[in-house]
Write a protein that binds this ligand. Structure first.
Ligand code: FAD
Length: 445
């Protein structure tokens, strides 16, 4: 059945760049390939929770499986095997919906990012990682199979055993190899919503690395790091560890958040001064060097999800994310150089996290994670200053043999991307001829 296409703006989470495209919402796996559809370039999208342009396509047609302004979408559960924990669902199902279904049944996500409002399709296409990367690897490792539909109508069942090349190209393939219609995800058992939590204050990268080396048996580890303070407070932070509680407790569903960030703040509201105050308060909210206790999984994994649309804090110009990984060798010097470049720039980030990735291999040909230290932060967009800083951070990353994360990027150059991902040409063989993205154009054309 032919449908009218809409023309609302589809924003990524960073709200930059602003690009215009038609929307052609998909409600069923059979809706694609499009019949009587537009003859333009296409890109599937999920919840638009990527920060930059990996989910954007100027003057093309986006194929949302979920998202604002779309009722329904590809949001159905298909089957659940309580013995194996394998859930089969459509690609537009969000991780929040999986948790609502799975937690009361004693199951949890195998890997989760810092927001639960992403779709299964988006999680596969960016091969996302979480606080348990050092033990569980990426999301794709927990996806036994999925269906990929190409614009010529071919339906490819992908798994490590069947069409393994397509499986590997599509995990981390940034939506370019075709539309994922459904996927299986292997969930893990839990007996409680609680996380056994420890928070440890640290001072400097050396101490952060020592804590990471001593925590490899702990399932979830990540640190918040202060990217504003200098002098004796340079690179101070809080190292956060957690394990699922082994003590059985009621597995009740989460409450729906009701707080919505109401307005776009004025551009200058988030500045070095206000973020410096926030960082000092945040660092000092924990009084002792070490604190332990039980916390609910919601604030542990998703502190930012409590306020919907929090990206409006950055104003209408939006924000830039940066996430890189540097190999262990030279990583601590590289990260110190990066933190110094940030403090020297006069820009500030208050959502800065640092983590050591493990050496569990990623299944995707283009997956971002690699063994080493990863840093993720965001900056308000301020004329040329933030672009210059990002350019500097990308150069330091390159000099230290690291790479940057496409899901969080809006600025890396073609030369940088091709040096970070030398396998990109081989990957290009798998791109659907009708598919394209603003990111791919920027880094390859
Ligand atoms: C607050 C916050 C915290 C985050 N924390 C983390 C983190 O800890 N770790 C991490 O790895 N990432 C993190 N992210 C990034 C986020 O997890 C990824 O960008 C994720 O891919 C977004 O999923 P989405 O459903 O919104 O997809 P979109 O952003 O809409 O799309 C992402 C990519 O998936 C493709 N795609 C979407 N659906 C399909 C489909 N059905 N078939 C084929 N391709 C498809 C799109 O073409 C695009 O290339 C975070 C993002 C936010 C906003």
């Amino acid at each position: 059945m032919a449908r009218s296409s809409l023309r609302p703006r589809f924003e990524s989470w960073g709200r930059y760049p602003v690009l215009h495209a038609d929307l052609w919402p998909l409600n069923w796996g059979g809706d694609f390939p499009l019949r009587n559809g537009p003859a333009t370039r296409l890109l599937p999208v999920g919840a638009g929770r990527s920060y930059g342009d990996v989910c954007l396509l100027e003057n093309g047609t986006l194929l949302p499986t979920r998202g604002p302004g779309i009722s329904g979408g590809m949001d159905r559960f298909i089957s659940f095997n309580v013995e194996s924990g394998v859930l089969r669902c459509e690609a537009g199902v969000t991780l929040a919906e999986i948790l609502d279904f799975a937690v009361p049944r004693g199951f949890f996500l195998p890997v989760t990012p810092g927001t639960k409002y992403v779709t299964v399709g988006g999680a596969i296409a960016n091969d996302i990682h979480g606080k348990n990367h050092h033990v569980a690897g990426t999301f794709g490792r927990h996806v036994p199979c999925f269906e990929l539909v190409r614009s010529d109508g071919a339906r490819i069942l992908c798994s490590p055993e069947h069409n393994a090349e397509w499986y590997s190209a599509t995990i981390g393939g940034m939506g370019l190899t075709g539309l994922i219609t459904w996927a299986e995800v292997r969930l893990r058992p839990i007996v409680s919503r609680k996380i056994q939590y420890t928070g440890i204050k640290f001072n400097g990268i050396e101490e952060f690395i020592a804590l990471s080396q001593a925590s490899t048996q702990i399932e979830y580890t990540v640190a918040w790091i202060d990217c504003v303070s200098t002098g004796k407070n340079f690179a101070r932070g809080i190292y956060m560890q957690g394990d699922h509680s082994p003590d059985p407790a009621p597995l009740i569903p989460s409450k729906t958040p009701w707080l919505v960030f109401p307005i776009d703040l004025p551009e200058l509201a988030l500045n070095r001064h206000s973020i410096g105050i926030f960082n000092t308060l945040y660092y000092n909210k924990q009084l002792s060097k070490r604190t332990t206790g039980f916390v609910d999984y919601e604030p542990f994994f998703y502190p930012l999800d409590k306020v919907l649309r929090w990206n409006r804090m950055y104003g209408k110009s939006g924000l830039l994310q940066f996430q890189n990984v540097l190999p262990h060798e030279g990583g601590r010097e590289g990260m110190t150089e990066i933190l110094k470049a940030i403090t020297a720039s006069g820009l500030a980030s208050f959502l800065a996290v640092i983590k050591v990735f493990g050496d569990v291999s990623s299944p995707g040909m283009m997956s971002f994670p690699a063994p080493g230290i990863t840093l993720a932060l965001d900056f308000p967009i301020r004329a040329e200053i933030s672009f210059e800083l990002l350019e500097r951070l990308a150069c330091i990353t390159l000099e230290h043999g690291g790479r940057m994360y496409p899901a969080k990027d809006a600025r890396m150059t073609a030369a940088q991307f091709q040096a970070f991902y030398p396998q990109w040409k081989d990957f290009s063989r798998f791109i659907d001829p009708a598919f394209d993205s603003a990111f791919w154009q920027r880094v390859t054309k």
